[in-house]
Write a protein that binds this ligand. Structure first.
Ligand code: NAD
Length: 447
């Protein structure tokens, strides 16, 4: 099939590349000329494991193209995916300006039947807005072409995006037209060879499914963070509690790790957008408001522990003169994405309290520099160097290289052996035995 994917970010680039990998001819379009020029040269704008190899192979085999020319891409394609960003607007609602701008561009340029697919995460009712915007442009041109608007939300996870796309748990297709649903099924059939988990539904339900999924996952995280905080106060161990509840098949183990709060480009904005959607229907989504509030508070938990350790009185300047070495900046491992990363709130708080911060991250330093500039120091290579003479190590992102480190070296490098672990990577009892003061989230060290 001939496809164009408009918006070549985390989602568009992965989707376009994977569609090319399954034999389709794909044009990835973006307004960002630098990004497109780079991609033509094989330079990827993002870090995503396995993506570069696929981009290079499919480009050289003549199935994957990059362009800023949306008009030609639309003319050459049967299916036009919209995969542009939908950042939160000032009031928390999803900002649809890029989606609608693309819909208009498609209307201005289409020359025959097209399937327009909303791949971006967009609120219920957006497909209708896309339809209207496209139709208005056709009317303006005085031409008549048939088109369908499909909702096909994306569930990939950054860091495992290729696998998620090639072997999805499910693909959701919201289509109000049987013929179009069949074409979409055909497009996704190569990814359904193991299990056929293609779920076809009406457009609005598909749009809601994406928000409901992210809101549910965010709810599990906030729930478990509160259970962890309560465990700490009661002397229970959240790791044992997770085992205990996860073994219930109705609950399961996933997404029950307490930590420093959820971040990233999706959960925070999608939770906010769903709250806003509910507001617009005069429906008070009490639960999601609480999920968000818990998450904001959780980002401060590690800093509170540092203040309690170094300066129990707290207050302004309570970490003055302290140097904190931070491992992990990206919002999760295996990505360079810093959008809404908890590290931002944590590091800003540390700086505000007077601390000096040195950070290590294997991939996110370039992105982090855009946020912190020269207010902190960085390294992406030796994770131990930043420990020399620091007063404590704080772990914010659970990159693999932090899971089994050289504790002897950590202890010898720090001015005192103190770790604040926001991801519960180590065994508290073992840490105590090897002489560390070890703070983690919700554990009493019994497990
Ligand atoms: P991104 O910011 O990485 O990429 C968006 C791209 O769209 C950018 O390269 C931008 O230059 C381009 N763009 C903006 N306006 C354009 C226009 N008019 N024409 C052409 N290109 C344009 O965003 P992303 O992370 O890929 O997310 C895209 C959508 O997918 C969002 O709605 C997001 O919520 C959703 N989503 C993201 C993820 C994820 O893990 N990142 C997962 C599932 C769904």
């Amino acid at each position: 099939m001939k496809i164009c994917v408009i918006g070549s970010g985390y989602v568009g680039l992965v989707a376009g590349t994977c569609f090319a990998e399954s034999g389709n001819t794909v044009i990835c379009v973006d307004v960002n000329q630098e990004k497109i020029e780079g991609l033509k040269e094989g330079i990827l704008p993002i870090y995503e494991p396995g993506l570069k190899e696929l981009v290079l192979r499919n480009s050289s085999e003549g199935r994957l193209f990059f362009s800023t020319d949306l008009a030609s891409a639309v003319k050459e394609s049967l299916i036009c995916f919209i995969a542009v960003g939908t950042p939160p607007g000032e009031d928390g609602s999803a900002d649809l300006q890029h989606v609608i701008a693309v819909a208009r561009e498609i209307g201005r340029n289409m020359d025959g039947f097209k399937i327009i697919v909303d791949k971006s995460t967009v609120p219920v009712g957006t497909a209708e807005k896309v339809r209207r915007a496209t139709q208005e442009e056709l009317d303006r041109r005085g031409v008549s072409h048939e088109f369908d608007v499909v909702s096909n939300p994306e569930f990939l996870k950054e860091g495992a995006a290729i696998d998620d796309f090639m072997k999805p748990d499910r693909v959701v297709i919201g289509a109000d037209n049987v013929r179009t649903a069949e074409i979409m099924k055909e497009l996704y059939s190569p990814f359904m060879r193991k299990t056929n988990r293609l779920i076809v539904m009406d457009v609005k339900s598909a749009e809601m499914t994406k928000y409901a999924a992210n809101a549910m996952l965010a709810t599990r995280i906030s729930f478990m963070n509160q259970i962890a905080n309560l465990c700490e106060r009661m002397g229970a161990d959240v790791a044992a509690v997770r085992e205990g509840i996860g073994s219930d098949s109705r609950i399961g183990y996933d997404f029950l790790f307490p930590g420093v709060g959820y971040g990233g480009s999706c959960f925070p904005k999608d939770v906010k957008a769903l709250i806003k959607t509910a507001d617009e229907c005069n429906y008070d989504f009490v639960l999601l408001n609480a999920v968000e509030e818990v998450n904001e508070r959780q980002k401060k938990v590690l800093v509170d522990k540092m203040v309690a350790h170094f300066s129990p009185g707290g207050g302004a300047g309570s970490l003055a003169g302290k140097t904190i070495a931070v491992w992990g900046l990206s919002f999760k491992p295996r990505t360079d994405d810093m959008r809404e990363a908890p590290s931002i709130v944590i590091i800003e708080s540390l700086l505000e309290l007077g601390a000096t911060v040195r950070a290590h991250d294997p991939e996110a330093v370039k992105e982090a520099k855009k946020i912190f500039g020269d207010r902190i120091t960085y390294t992406s290579t030796n994770q131990y160097e930043i420990l020399n003479g620091a007063d404590a190590l704080a772990i914010i992102t659970e990159w693999n290289e932090y899971r089994n480190p050289d504790f002897e070296r950590i202890g010898a490098s720090l001015s005192a052996p103190v770790i604040f672990d926001g991801r519960n990577l180590y065994n508290p009892r073992r840490m105590r035995d090897i002489g560390f003061t070890y703070h983690s989230i919700g554990r009493n060290g019994s497990s």
